[in-house]
Design a protein around this ligand. Structure first.
Ligand code: ADP
Ligand code: ASP
Ligand code: MG
Length: 594
């Protein structure tokens, strides 16, 4: 007898017929001998309707009251689900987050789970009941109702699967699995048989709305195998597990966040501490910052650009009005007409020539790239919103994502194999008791002192430039690690920086020099010895404080940050080579001390 968690999303419980259909699925598993915990979302668009209603009353409703309001959606659906199970002749018991004992912090509307008690659920299961848990909600230590953020029922489901030691966590939704990109946006998207936690984490936080990104953090941390499948059929869907679908492909998926905004702070004094000051002001308001790019400009002043979700732009602006004065920057500009398009894949960490293929495809599609950032397993570009769809299609096509890669095993054998990885479930569950479940985990702080940097300033902001540079670099067989392209905020010019192994610096510089034939006024500099410092772990992006803690530590040590990139599992910064060892020591002290 196994214990399984089955989560049903909003569209899968949108009507009474659908609730009954979901109840029948749970009953079938129960009859087959499994203990079943259902996690249920609010019906259909109920949460959106409640948000709308609140907005009609107030422009700025108190977050505590929003949680009180939004949690009612799930309370309705769990009660109806229990009635459905009862009407079909079985016994179901509905529980709210508070009744289960899902304890969270007090950050209303974005609360994190601290602990979950299993006693009540386990007793109900042992007594032969199907347990029906309300998704998306919890309770803080003062008994206030909290919610986990939009889409948070996935996180409830995976967290319950973790603490209960479930054999699998099934996510029943309105698509039959995880696709290479949103199939509603690109019909040529392909359903993948399996995807790794790291890839799904990146895709989820870069726009693939099929899973709440924090649910994948849980799954990775506690080794929960997730099966994403259609609520309308019994066909196999996609397993989210440790390994990727194929170890031969560089890219496994693409995603777009349509509503993004770009912010550039101009004329920031290029002295340690300014980035920290700026980002801590923004983090205080719980804004999630991405694509941070900093380039040293003329006269000891730098420009820092980054992106934020469009709906958080107003908060960001108000934080910046304060920060710009404090750090002595000149001004800031914003562009609210941009979208972020990303390619993700574990395979790109080991293959050359991935970025240049993406840039070439975008160039051929006539897409202008405003900004670029990369990490080990993703490449993100910022484009004008009108070009987002064309950009996504070009990226999907160039990596042949519509085609199944070689060597894909069948899903059933994967599911069984991966569950074995969980090993001693009792030990894992014991480990969880008393732990702060969504606490940031830092696995490693490391230094790569063997890199060099090339920076090309004065690059015209027009389609095809990045493609030309990286085609030349790839033709020389050079592995490019970090790439950032900034928006300079002046004269339609951009600055492009990248790092390569030190032994390849000459080839990389030659490729950059080759651009002078096409473009006037380029300014090419190189750092023959730079150090890349990395902090790796789980929860790095949802805990916005990690990048800030790195900035602050380096700033206190008087070390200047030349480049930065962030991903779900790692934050990297590039500093002068001579500073590498000292900076590493400071970061180790800062992160071990937590
Ligand atoms: P639920 O209400 O069941 O939680 P969601 O609407 O949150 O469902 O998630 C399912 C939707 O996610 C799909 O209808 C699809 O349009 C969208 N989606 C975005 N990216 C992807 C992807 N890569 N694969 C599958 N679906 C995706
Ligand atoms: N009902 C919540 C929402 O719509 C949570 C969820 O469905 O996951 O965001
Ligand atoms: Mg969802």
């Amino acid at each position: 007898m196994a214990l399984i968690v089955q989560k049903f999303g909003g569209t899968s419980v949108a009507t009474s017929e659908k609730i009954l259909a979901a109840a029948r699925k749970a009953i079938r598993a129960h009859r087959d001998g499994d203990q079943v915990v259902m996690v249920v979302s609010a019906m259909g668009k109920q949460t959106d309707m409640l948000v709308d209603l609140a907005k009609q009353i107030s422009d700025c409703p108190p977050a505590r009251e929003m949680d009180m309001l939004l949690s009612t959606g799930e309370q309705v659906s769990v009660a109806l689900m229990a009635m459905a199970i009862d009407s079909l002749g079985f016994s179901g018991v509905s529980l709210t987050g508070a009744q289960i004992g899902i304890m969270t912090d007090s950050i209303h509307t974005k609360a994190r789970i601290k602990s979950i008690s299993t006693d009540r659920m386990q007793k109900l299961l042992d007594d032969g009941n199907i347990v029906i848990a309300a998704g998306f909600q919890g309770i803080d230590e003062d008994f206030n109702i909290t919610t986990l953020g939009r889409g948070g029922s996935d996180t409830t489901a995976v967290a319950l699967a973790a603490v209960l030691g479930a054999a699998t966590c099934e996510i029943h939704t309105d698509v039959d699995g995880v696709y290479t990109t949103d199939p509603r946006v690109l019909p040529e998207a392909r359903r993948v048989h399996r995807i790794s936690y790291d890839e799904m984490l990146e895709l989820a936080s870069l726009g693939a709305g099929v899973m709440h990104n924090r649910s994948i953090e849980f799954a990775k941390k506690y080794g929960v195998a997730i099966h994403v499948r259609s609520s309308l059929s019994d066909a196999d869907g996609t397993m989210i597990v440790t390994d990727p679908e194929s170890d031969q492909q560089a890219v496994c998926g693409a995603a777009v966040t349509k509503n993004e905004a770009r912010v550039t702070v101009i004329g920031v004094p290029d002295i340690p501490g300014t980035s920290w000051e700026i980002f801590s002001r923004i983090a205080e308001r719980n804004v999630t910052v991405d694509m941070i790019v900093q380039n040293v400009g003329a006269g000891g002043k730098a420009n820092i650009s980054f992106t934020v979700p469009l709906e958080e732009l107003d908060e960001t602006k108000s934080a910046l009005r304060q920060a710009v004065d404090e750090v002595g920057a000149d001004s800031f500009t914003c562009d609210d007409q941009v979208s972020k398009v990303s390619a993700v894949g574990l395979g790109m960490a080991a293959q050359t020539g991935v970025a240049d293929r993406m840039f070439a495809a975008l160039s051929e599609a006539g897409v202008n790239i405003h900004m670029i950032t990369t990490s080990e397993i993703k490449i993100s570009v910022l484009v004008h919103r009108d070009q987002a769809q064309a950009a996504l299609r070009a990226v999907h096509h160039v990596f042949a994502l519509h085609e199944q890669p070689a060597g894909v095993e069948s899903i059933r054998s994967l599911e069984r194999g991966e569950n074995a990885v969980r090993g001693d479930v009792a030990a894992i569950v014991a480990d969880l008791q008393g732990a702060d479940m969504e606490e940031l985990v830092i696995n490693d702080v490391s230094l790569d002192g063997d890199q060099a940097r090339v920076t090309i300033a004065g690059v015209p902001d027009q389609p095809g430039v990045a493609a030309q540079v990286f085609q030349q670099v790839a033709a020389a067989g050079v592995f490019v690690d970090m790439i950032v392209q900034s928006f300079d905020g002046v004269d339609g010019l951009a600055t492009l920086s990248f790092t390569v192994p030190r032994s390849n610096l000459d080839e990389a510089t030659a490729a950059a020099e080759g651009l002078r034939q096409q473009f006037d006024g380029l300014h090419i500099t190189r750092g023959a010895h730079v150090a890349k410092l990395s902090v790796s772990g789980i929860g790095l992006r949802s805990h916005t404080g990690v990048a800030i803690r790195m900035f602050r530590t380096l700033s206190d040590a008087g070390v200047n940050v030349a480049m930065i990139n962030t991903s779900e599992v790692r934050v990297n910064v590039v500093v002068a080579g001579a500073e590498g060892d000292r900076a590493l020591g400071c970061l180790q002290a800062a992160f071990d001390a937590q």
